[in-house]
Design a protein. Structure first.
Lengths: 303, 311
């Protein structure tokens, strides 16, 4: 259904396409789920972009006299100035959570972009060349899928050491299989179509076939898969940082804050509670959006 | 069926070899294990050369790999840099705890997901379905280690119902299993729901109903049984995620399993142990996937008769 609509757009003037997006926009505004998702994601996005303006203090400002201070709304003495309390060296939790949004979103988005580029390229290669190249790439995909990601990441991050960009790269290179399979499948199916054969006969290059017949048809599936992968990668980043193999501790991250808070569960529950809520709400928002996008763009992908 | 089995088996062996190679190469990239072993003091050149020879590190890399493979198939994964214990022995000690936790998590997941999925499907569009949907989406949005921490704060620190860490009896299994299983139950419930919906629209369900069979028998016996096929596949595929999850959850609950051993080994840069644990965990996952593929044949005879076409 969607596929047919997208293919139609290739031949029709752009007027119709705008109509389609307009309708989608109207459905979006009327859908409480999609709006909730967008709202949650916007909070995270604004925090990341305007952290210096929004945060009450800088994320690294330690105040040893105010170590493990309770959130101000819990504190009867009225001395606490920290809405969400402080951590073990007296840093303001709210400020750290606001700054932490930067890392989560950066890692989530950039790593998925990397996977997408690798996946699309490998999928095109496998689909067009077929034969042994295809065999080789699909076996590689099998190995990748059989290797639990967290173990792969643990080995790689142990070998190369923790670090923001290393983590992004590891997440990026180990998540291409889904994208590659989508694109490969599409290439395989259009390659045999008569109109593509005809296009080839009149001299269309592979690049043109990719641009006109392959990518438009998988674009919506790619968008859906990418959105849901951003959510997964944010969770993975937090897990790896939590065990000390993700982003280095000098940068404020939600996973790192949880790791700090783990040692004070008995005395200061807030340190390990609020960063987790931040992760959950952000990921939940992205999942709500992804879910809506899937229903809109690609009903076939529905689990 | 036999061709299918043989193909599947060969395929698994290929994956096993490939993963071993990847891990072997990655670990070699960290540099010379010998320099790590001599962290303290200044060893003489002779001592280094001697140790290299003893460890087989003077051979070319491909020879080292073949030797490692040979050792691996005879059940030798080397010895820990730190304690000198054999890695296989350490594994045997910890494997039970990890598997127990993984099955505990799976149990919790199924216990929640099957009823939630069935009710959502049977009462489609109802309030129950609505909450089922929120539950599934929230389930995949939790970081499982954070859920573990919250469970500790609420049920161990505040209420004191369950112990927070270690393993000395079944009550220790409760919190980590819930932390591990709750996340998975979100995705599983969704899957059970959608496959139930598909099955309940089939003609044979109408036939069963028109014969006057009680509704719950129709749902369970005719519906659920058929809806379980995709669920079983999925459980198999998720077993890796579950094992990955145990690595982190074991850390949160100080659970004495392979995951915790792995994390400890990382902080001590004990490479044979890291290498061994990752290899064993990966094998375990491949093995489970193989079992799942074989079990299809038993659940759904159409696949068995279809021979090797199922890929």
């Amino acid at each position: 259904m969607t596929t047919a609509a997208v293919t139609n757009n290739q031949t029709n003037p752009p007027v119709k396409r705008r109509g389609k997006w307009n309708k989608m926009g109207r459905r979006f505004v009327r859908n409480p789920w999609a709006m909730t998702g967008m709202f949650l994601l916007l909070i995270a996005l604004l925090s990341a972009l305007f952290a210096p303006v929004l945060a009450p203090t800088t994320p690294d400002k330690a105040d040893l006299r105010a170590r493990l201070t309770a959130p101000s709304w819990m504190d009867d003495t009225g001395k606490s100035e920290h809405i969400l309390g402080t951590d073990q060296v007296g840093r303001d939790l709210l400020s750290r959570i606001i700054y932490g949004a930067r890392v989560s979103l950066l890692v989530g988005v950039v790593s998925v972009l990397i996977s997408m580029v690798i996946g699309v390229i490998l999928g095109l290669i496998a689909g067009f060349y077929g034969r042994w190249v295809d065999d080789l790439l699909m076996r590689l995909a099998d190995v990748q899928l059989a290797f639990p990601f967290i173990l792969f990441a643990i080995i790689v991050m142990t070998v190369f050491g923790a670090g923001l960009w290393k983590l992004i790269l590891v997440l990026g290179i180990s998540n291409w299989v889904g994208f590659a399979r989508l694109v490969r499948g599409q290439v395989m199916s259009v390659k045999e179509m008569e109109y593509v054969q005809a296009a080839k006969a009149i001299g269309a290059t592979n690049l043109r076939i990719i641009r006109k017949h392959v990518l438009p048809n998988v674009l919506s599936s790619i968008i859906v898969l990418a959105t849901l992968n951003v959510a997964v990668n944010i969770l993975l980043e937090a897990s790896l940082t939590f065990i000390g193999l993700g982003v280095d501790p000098s940068i404020p991250t939600w996973g790192g804050m949880l790791a700090d808070g783990r040692n004070y569960l008995e005395t200061a529950w807030w340190v390990a509670t609020f960063p987790g809520i931040a992760i959950m709400l952000t990921v939940f928002g992205i999942n709500l959006l992804g879910d809506w996008l899937r229903d809109e763009l690609d009903p076939n992908l529905r689990v | 069926m036999t061709t299918f089995l043989i193909r599947r088996l060969l395929h698994s062996i290929f994956v096993v070899l490939a993963i071993t190679l990847v891990i072997f190469v990655l670990v070699r990239l960290t540099g010379d294990p010998v320099s790590i072993m001599f962290q303290a003091g200044e060893p003489t050149k002779e001592a280094i050369a001697e140790l290299r020879k003893n460890l087989g590190l003077d051979e070319p890399v491909y020879v080292q790999f073949l030797l490692y493979l040979k050792d691996m198939f005879t059940g030798n994964l080397g010895t820990s840099f730190r304690t000198g214990e054999s890695v296989i022995g350490m594994m045997q000690e910890k494997m039970g705890a990890t598997l127990l936790l993984a099955f505990g998590g799976m149990f919790v997941a199924l216990l929640i997901a099957i009823p939630v999925g069935i009710i959502s499907a049977v009462r489609r569009g109802s309030v129950a379905d609505f909450f089922g949907r929120i539950f599934s989406l929230l389930g995949i949005s939790f970081p499982n280690f954070w859920l573990g921490i919250m469970l500790i704060i609420i049920f161990a620190v505040k209420l004191r119902w369950f112990p927070a860490s270690g393993y000395q009896g079944l009550e220790y299994l409760v919190l980590p299993s819930v932390a591990l299983g709750l996340i998975l139950s979100g995705i599983l419930a969704r899957l059970v729901r959608s496959s139930m919906l598909e099955v309940l629209n089939q003609q044979y369900i109408n036939t069963a109903r028109s014969k006057g069979i009680k509704e719950w028998i129709v749902v369970i016996k005719h519906g659920l049984r058929n809806a379980l096929i995709p669920t079983v596949t999925f459980i198999g595929l998720q077993f890796g995620t579950l094992l990955g999850g145990t690595v982190i959850i074991e850390q949160v609950f100080s659970w004495p399993g392979i995951g915790r051993m792995l994390i400890d080994a990382i902080s001590q840069r004990d490479f044979p142990v890291i290498q061994g644990s990752v290899i064993i965990l990966s094998f375990l996952m491949i093995f489970v996937n193989l079992l799942v593929d074989i079990s299809y044949g038993f659940i759904d005879p159409r696949i068995r008769q279809g021979g090797g076409k199922s890929e």
